[in-house]
Design a protein around this ligand. Structure first.
Ligand SMILES: Cc1cc2nc3c(=O)[nH]c(=O)nc-3n(C[C@H](O)[C@H](O)[C@H](O)COP(=O)(O)OP(=O)(O)OC[C@H]3O[C@@H](n4cnc5c(N)ncnc54)[C@H](O)[C@@H]3O)c2cc1C
Length: 309
């Protein structure tokens, strides 16, 4: 047993990333970490701002708006398709693991339903609640007194993380609360994605990637983008070497990382057939979230209009 009371040799409930909160910020963050292949668990239960929103009219991509229930259903579905593990449970504390933890985990996370998981990274994304981070607050820097409706109370200081969500605690990232960036759903989602990219960049730097090539781009490229000189791996090698700049990696490791980078780039290549197939799957998936009655009445209206014409 380690000082933190857990068995460090037990590989169960060990994740790369724990995301706290499955609202817009946490879901967006998770889509990025899970799609990059990091084992990500998302705990989501407790006070949430989105639950109080009557109807979401300003989220881009929904021209007539979207009801909150359907939107939350889409977010939850996206967590799973991205490869993350959603868990309906509330995080009550995040603490450092003992120095002798031999699984390398930085944090132990405890939940209201007595789950206990170990992880390398924690990404906080719960707008109303930062209290679970208190065990990590070494220097009384995380919380501040805040006046609300004439009453003072302690709250998580939104300026504790930097603009990219990094904090003084290695491995801890905060996407929410983030001041004004938490105030609108689409901004909160964008910030969640941005903070996840900070985490991924740091993870890649730790793996040895030179900083110039550490940023993660989760892009799909049309096959046509891989034409001319960019169809050749040598052109990408030149690009990687120029962007990497000076580094202190040995040649073998540099080549290994460069080729992995190229593999990732070429894996983004998407043919017209794949686009067509994915489009059909995506439309079906959207239909899964729509009310059957509304689909039927829409089709009846379309038929009636066609008959009139
Ligand atoms: C009354 C009201 C109306 C609004 N209307 C709009 C609007 O029309 N348009 C708009 O753009 N924005 C609106 N907003 C703002 C919008 O709701 C927020 O910008 C957005 O929800 C913030 O996203 P978030 O992911 O940071 O936090 P949240 O949406 O609060 O999500 C946090 C999630 O974390 C979970 N959680 C909390 N604590 C824990 C814990 N300890 N462990 C695990 N999970 C936890 C919660 O259950 C929640 O699901 C409104 C807000 C309010 C209060």
């Amino acid at each position: 047993m380690t000082e933190d009371g857990s068995d460090a040799t037990d590989a169960a409930d060990r994740y790369d990333v724990v995301v706290v909160g499955g609202g817009p910020a946490g879901t967006a963050a998770t889509v990025f970490t899970a799609r990059d292949g990091l084992d990500t668990v998302v705990f989501d239960r407790g006070a949430g701002a989105l639950d109080r929103c009557a109807f979401l009219a300003n989220y881009p991509g929904f021209p007539a708006g979207i009801d909150v229930g359907t939107f939350q259903g889409l977010l939850a579905d996206h967590l799973e398709t991205a490869g993350a593990i959603p868990v309906e449970d509330s995080v009550v504390s995040v603490a450092r693991t003992a120095a002798d933890a031999d699984d390398g985990a930085r944090f132990v996370v405890e939940t209201a339903d007595d789950r206990r998981v170990r992880t390398d990274y924690v990404l906080a994304a719960a707008w109303y609640d930062g209290s679970y981070l208190e065990p990590l607050d070494d220097g009384d820097e995380m919380f501040e007194l805040h006046e609300h409706h004439g009453e003072e109370h302690e709250r998580f200081d939104p300026d504790y993380p930097d603009d990219d969500g990094r904090t003084p605690v290695e491995g801890l990232y905060v996407a929410s609360p983030a001041g004004g960036r938490s105030a609108q759903a689409v901004v909160a989602a964008g910030n969640g994605a941005h903070v996840a990219r900070s985490l991924l960049e740091d993870h890649r730097v730790a793996a040895g990637y030179p900083e110039g090539v550490a940023a993660r781009y989760d892009w799909r490229r049309r096959a046509g983008e891989f034409s001319g000189k960019w169809a050749e791996r040598d052109r990408w090698r030149e690009y990687f070497e120029a962007e990497a700049g000076d580094h202190d990696l040995d040649e073998a490791r540099f080549v290994e990382l460069r080729e992995r980078y190229l593999d990732e780039a070429f894996a983004t290549k998407t043919t017209d057939e794949e686009i067509e197939q994915r489009t059909e799957e995506a439309h079906h998936r959207l239909l899964d979230h729509l009310d059957d009655e509304h689909i039927r009445s829409y089709l009846e209206r379309q038929d009636a209009t066609a008959a009139d014409d």
